[in-house]
Ligand binder design. Structure first.
Ligand SMILES: Nc1nc2c(ncn2[C@@H]2O[C@H](COP(=O)(O)OP(=O)(O)O)[C@@H](O)[C@H]2O)c(=O)[nH]1
Ligand SMILES: [Mg+2]
Length: 194
């Protein structure tokens, strides 16, 4: 979180985390398409092919006022692939809220769990834990054939019982409700709304 008192601006950082190809960028693309240009910045996507050390998507939302403050929400995605461990740590710095985007395909359950444990390890290094940190979990790709049941995904991944969503990111199913919930959780945690 970053507060600029002079400008009455307050910035929050929300990070979309999860294994490679789970649909993190697709979430941001949908949000970008469906919010008025006055409410959001351009979507910046940095490509891995350019061999950057840092690789992420970024977009800023500006949503009305809360208690006189102009809140901004900076949305980031992390690269999910195992070898981008360093990028993920950098992108997590200063995070206020997390969306974990899981891939519902049965064959991807191992990657989901690895990524969630990687996230928890990184949070613990920063002095936090998923047990108390504002986060939500999105079970994406519900439109595909060979998906795990929600009950099994809940049992395997949602070990602290946080809010969960059943999404199809390309057509926007549950994309905005996921975003709204994490924004509300972040703001509530900071007691900006009574
Ligand atoms: N069928 C289906 N495909 C999806 C869904 N979400 C994302 N995809 C596809 O999965 C691939 C990876 O998505 P992307 O957003 O780039 O994943 P990221 O690596 O997490 O950023 C792309 O081809 C997307 O179009 C979904 O809900 N259903
Ligand atoms: Mg991506």
């Amino acid at each position: 979180m970053f507060i600029n008192r002079a400008l009455q601006e307050i910035s929050f950082k929300i990070v979309y985390y999860g294994p490679g190809l789970s649909g993190k960028t697709t979430n941001l693309e949908y949000i970008h398409r469906h919010l008025a240009p006055s409410m959001r910045s351009d979507l910046v996507t940095l490509n891995t092919r350019e061999e950057r050390t840092l690789y992420f998507d970024f977009m800023q939302l500006e949503l009305g006022r809360i208690k006189g403050q102009k809140p901004r929400f900076n949305l980031y995605t992390v690269p999910g692939q195992v070898y981008y461990r360093f990028s993920r740590k950098i992108i997590l710095k200063g995070v206020d809220g997390l969306v974990f985007v899981a891939d519902s395909q049965r064959s991807r359950m191992g990657e989901n769990l690895d990524s969630l444990l990687d996230l928890e390890r990184n949070l613990i290094e920063m002095g936090f834990s998923l047990e108390t940190f504002p986060w939500v979990i999105q079970y994406n790709k519900r439109d595909l054939r060979d998906v795990e049941t929600i009950e099994t995904m809940q049992a395997k991944l949602n070990f602290f019982g946080t809010a969960h969503f059943e999404a199809v990111a390309p057509n926007g199913t549950e994309v905005l409700s996921t975003l709204k919930t994490i924004i509300t959780n972040v703001i509530t945690k900071l007691e900006l709304v009574a």
